[in-house]
Design a protein around this ligand. Structure first.
Ligand code: ATP
Ligand code: MG
Length: 195
């Protein structure tokens, strides 16, 4: 993103008071979107914030390092995988099954209930941008959820191709940019690095 594009995004549309929870987005094609969000969860939990991490697309059987370690940090941090695993692509387009469509609707409903429960100080919606990008969630529904969130709740959205409408209402938006990635020279996903 160049400076001109950056300046086209609205800044400080309205002032937020110090108690109002921020909305953060980690997007872009480089590595680090999810791991940066996990870092935030740790930082917030260090101050006794109650954190909920909901991982879309990722399935419980993945047993990622973050899922294993965060389970030990209960009740400060709760983590759940709501998805059914990687979505298949054909000619650059997602090949969506009925199960994936139903799962996205159910997962979002669950996220909404958790957010409106007002039990949390920070909720991370990991990979939610991808669900919107694949047409599995409507951006309007996510906007509506954010606009009606409990005032003090901080929300973090991750995933590639964050929609402009979400970037506009977010407070902090970071684009991870790939300079190089080991996968391009055939290095397979590594334990402790990728999962
Ligand atoms: P991470 O979970 O490591 O912070 P991410 O959230 O930025 O990565 P995703 O787009 O969610 O990345 O990708 C999911 C998986 O693909 C992760 O295992 C991640 O490490 C890996 N990955 C991330 N960026 C790239 C890339 N540019 N090329 C290949 N694989 C990548
Ligand atoms: Mg990710």
């Amino acid at each position: 993103m160049n400076l001109e594009e950056k300046n086209n995004y609205p800044q400080n549309i309205c002032k937020k008071d110090s108690k109002e929870g921020l909305v953060l987005i980690n997007t872009g094609n480089g590595k680090g979107k999810t791991t940066a969000a996990l870092g935030l969860a740790l930082r917030a939990a260090g101050h006794n914030f109650k954190v909920l991490i909901l991982q879309f697309i990722k399935a419980p059987y993945y047993r990622t390092g973050e899922a294993k370690i965060m389970e030990k940090l209960k009740p400060l941090i709760e983590i759940e995988q709501l998805g059914r695993g990687f979505i298949k692509f054909k000619n650059g387009k997602p090949e969506l099954t009925k199960e994936e469509i139903d799962n996205a609707i159910e997962s979002f409903k669950y996220a909404r209930e958790k957010i409106y429960s007002s039990k949390y100080d920070m909720v991370i919606l990991d990979e939610i941008n991808n669900l919107i990008d694949y047409g599995l969630l409507k951006v309007e529904d996510v906007l509506d959820l954010i606009k009606n969130k409990p005032k003090e709740l901080c929300i973090v959205l991750t995933g590639r191709n964050a929609r402009r409408e979400l970037i506009d209402i977010a407070d902090t938006v970071t684009e991870m940019k790939e300079i190089k990635h080991a996968s391009s020279k055939g290095v397979k996903a590594r334990k402790g690095i990728e999962y």
